[in-house]
Design a protein around this ligand. Structure first.
Ligand SMILES: CC(C)(COP(=O)(O)OP(=O)(O)OC[C@H]1O[C@@H](n2cnc3c(N)ncnc32)[C@H](O)[C@@H]1OP(=O)(O)O)[C@@H](O)C(=O)NCCC(=O)NCCS
Length: 200
């Protein structure tokens, strides 16, 4: 724990309290006059507010070990992330996993966000969230020698790309705007090996 925040798993023990706290989690740049938050940030915020708990539970029910972790400070949720296993047997997901041996574990770092009050501060809370996510991913897969951690990023989300670069993720595919196809999201990858020093 640093920055006065503590991490816990959301949506399991204190479900109602978590659902209420999630509803006001504000990670998208606030509207200023007639300037609206970028739609890709708004989507992430809506996901956390409305769907994150259900999504984690659904992934758990599918046997994919859905995890939703939140950090709180005195003002409420300070940061949050979710991750789950990718499924080699699912045709949609196996396309993504083409180059990854079926015997290897792959997980998606699905969403990660930091409350607006902690943004624009050199990524300190964002960095803590990524490191916490990587530890949590590794803790969830104690038997795996190698874990492929994949994340999807909107091609306009510079803050997110910079954050992933700081943590040795590399861009595997770049999202592209329409009309080439509405493929806004590109894939980023970090491979985790089971050595304690490999996360930093
Ligand atoms: C992704 C995130 C956690 C990174 O946090 P962070 O490392 O603290 O980064 P910040 O948000 O403070 O932004 C850092 C930089 O990106 C810039 N930036 C922020 N939003 C931007 C945008 N929409 N377009 C371009 N640049 C942007 C900032 O001006 C800052 O630039 P600088 O480093 O040159 O000063 C945080 O931006 C966030 O929570 N975003 C909303 C949710 C989200 O999009 N999550 C990722 C997808 S799941």
């Amino acid at each position: 724990m640093t920055h006065g925040i503590t991490w816990r798993t959301a949506g399991t023990v204190e479900k109602k309290r978590d659902a209420v706290a999630m509803r006001t989690f504000t990670c998208a740049t606030p509207r200023s006059g007639d300037k609206y938050p970028p739609d890709f940030e708004d989507e992430v915020q809506r996901h956390f507010r409305q769907r994150a708990i259900t999504a984690a539970n659904t992934a758990r029910d599918r046997g994919l070990d859905g995890r939703l972790r939140i950090a709180e400070d005195s003002q409420g949720i300070a940061a949050a992330f979710s991750h789950r296993r990718l499924d080699h047997t699912d045709p949609a997901e196996s396309k993504i996993l083409l180059d990854i041996p079926a015997s290897h574990v792959a997980r998606e770092l699905c969403f990660l966000a930091v409350a607006v009050r902690h943004r624009n501060q050199n990524g300190t809370v964002a960095d803590e969230a990524v490191i916490e996510a990587l530890w949590d991913i590794r803790d969830q897969e104690p038997a795996a020698e190698r874990i492929w951690v994949l994340g999807r990023v909107d091609y306009r989300n510079k803050a997110s790309m910079r954050m992933l670069q700081r943590h040795s993720f590399r861009e595997v595919t770049r999202g592209e705007p329409p009309p080439k196809g509405d493929q806004r999201l590109g894939w980023w990858l970090r491979v985790l090996d089971q050595q304690p020093t490999a996360l930093f």
